[in-house]
Every structure is written in structure tokens, then in C-alpha cells.
Write a protein that binds this ligand. Structure first.
Ligand code: COA
Length: 223
């Protein structure tokens, strides 16, 4: 759907932002691939992305939101309150992930040239495979552990045809609103230093730069 039926002024009344649901997963996977063409995960293929995005549906620690226009997914946010959001992902899908990574390695030169930067994930995946979850005694303890963490926005994207219309702002607003409602005081994210459009958006959207290195800029936002 082209932009001409949706402009900045009528955008807010015509888009719906809601929790990511199972039926949205294939659409979000496709949008992820199109939006992150220069990122490792954007090259991991549809099956991998489908598994990855499923981690953000009905999860205690992770959350996903989609923006829809006439029932089409036009944007999404993936976020977490966990300091190890992919432990279950690695543990439950270990052999499938090994198979998918090897097959992408042979199919995609981007994966071949960037795989060495991702070797840390092999360590995390192996640790997840052999670790046992620590049993949390009661729901109060669970809530205290959870609130001591800082929720992080892990991915945000808006379909190219709908950028510049405030959709990204609607998505981050819903994420922040829900985190505030859960009792969190601050949220964070990191962006790649060359992603100028994302950086401009975050500054405009009320995020404050915290730290910058050659490979990452971190932002936070008070709720
Ligand atoms: C990041 C993203 C979600 C922002 O959504 P958006 O609809 O483009 O956001 P907006 O247009 O509201 O804000 C972007 C701001 O960037 C700036 N901008 C616009 N076009 C730009 C460009 N080509 N280059 C650099 N900055 C640009 C402007 O300051 C703009 O604000 P303005 O509305 O005041 O002009 C979207 O660009 C996207 O999906 N990008 C690909 C995925 C991605 O990189 N996600 C972020 C990962 S950390």
C-alpha cells in the first residue's frame, strides 16, 4: 500500500499498534529481512527469522509489538526485559540453529564474511544448552529480579513505504507505555553508528545518548 493514502496527519488514527501474535510472525520475518539487509540476522533466512521472532510472542521476558494498516504489518518492535533473552531460543532449537547456520554459511557470502564477529553467540548457545534455570521462589522475588533490570528495545523497523509518518514513534510509545505500567523507570537500546536515520529518529523520539564506541551507540529513555 503506497503512502498516498496515509499521510502524517491521518496516520495516527489509521494505524493500530498491538502485541505481536503468532499469525504476524511470517509477515514480521519478511519485514525484518527487507529492513535489515546490512545486518547478520537479516541474512539468516526465513526459517531462522521465524523461529527468532516467535520468541517475542507470549513470552514472560520478551515482548513484540506490530503496527498495522488495513491489517498489513507495516512496522514492529522487538524488546526484552531479560539480561539473557535468547537462552530458551538457543536451548530449544539448538540442532535446528546449527543446521540453519551451516546452510546459510554455504549459501550467503555476507554470512561467511561476518560469522567470525558472531562467534560469541556460539559460546552463549552452548552455555544455554548445558545450563539449568535457577528456580525463583515466589512471584514477589520474580518481580523484584525483573524490575532490577532495564528493558531493552532490540529491533525496530518500519516498512520503507511508510517511513516518515510517525509509525516508529507509535511503536516506541506503546513499548514505553507498557514498560512504565509494569513498573520500570528506564529503557535502553543500541544503534549502529552508521545508521544515521535511526539515530536521528531516536534523538527526535526522546532517547538520550549514553555511550558511543566505534561499533555501537547506546541510548536510554526515562519513563
Ligand atoms: C529507524 C526507523 C524505524 C525510523 O522510522 P522512520 O519512519 O524512518 O522515522 P522518522 O521518519 O519519523 O524519523 C526519522 C528522522 O531521521 C531523519 N531522516 C529522515 N530521512 C533521513 C535520511 N535519509 N538519512 C538520515 N536521516 C534521515 C529525520 O531527522 C527524520 O526526522 P524528521 O521527521 O524530523 O525529518 C526506520 O527508518 C527503519 O525501519 N529503518 C530500517 C531498520 C533500522 O535501521 N532500524 C533501527 C535499528 S537500531
Amino acid at each position: 500500500m503506497p503512502n498516498n493514502s496515509l499521510n502524517y496527519h491521518n496516520c495516527k488514527c489509521n494505524i493500530d499498534v498491538m502485541h505481536l501474535q503468532s499469525q504476524d510472525i511470517p509477515l514480521v520475518a519478511r519485514l525484518y529481512k527487507r529492513s535489515f539487509q546490512n545486518h547478520f540476522l537479516g541474512h539468516m533466512g526465513h526459517k531462522f527469522l521465524t523461529l527468532f521472532i516467535s520468541e517475542f510472542v507470549n513470552s514472560d521476558a520478551n515482548s513484540g509489538y506490530v503496527a498495522k494498516y488495513r491489517n498489513e504489518v507495516i512496522g514492529f518492535v522487538l524488546a526484552t526485559t531479560s539480561d539473557n533473552p535468547f537462552r530458551e531460543f538457543y536451548r530449544d532449537n539448538f540442532m535446528t540453529l546449527v543446521y540453519l547456520t551451516i546452510s546459510r554459511f554455504f549459501k550467503d557470502s555476507f554470512i561467511r564474511s561476518h560469522i567470525t564477529k558472531r562467534l560469541g553467540h556460539v559460546h552463549v548457545a552452548l552455555k544455554a544448552l548445558f545450563s539449568f534455570s535457577v528456580r525463583v521462589r515466589d512471584s514477589r522475588e520474580k518481580q523484584e529480579i525483573c524490575l532490577s533490570r532495564q528493558p531493552r528495545l532490540l529491533a525496530l523497523a518500519v516498512d520503507r513505504s511508510y517511513r516518515g509518518l510517525g509509525v516508529a514513534n507509535e511503536l516506541t510509545a506503546e513499548f514505553c507505555r507498557e514498560m512504565k505500567e509494569l513498573g520500570f523507570k528506564k529503557v535502553g537500546l543500541s544503534a549502529l553508528p552508521w545508521n544515521q536515520r535511526a539515530i536521528s529518529f531516536y534523538i527526535k523520539d526522546g532517547w538520550e545518548k549514553e555511550e558511543a564506541s566505534e561499533t555501537s551507540i547506546s541510548f536510554s529513555r526515562l519513563l
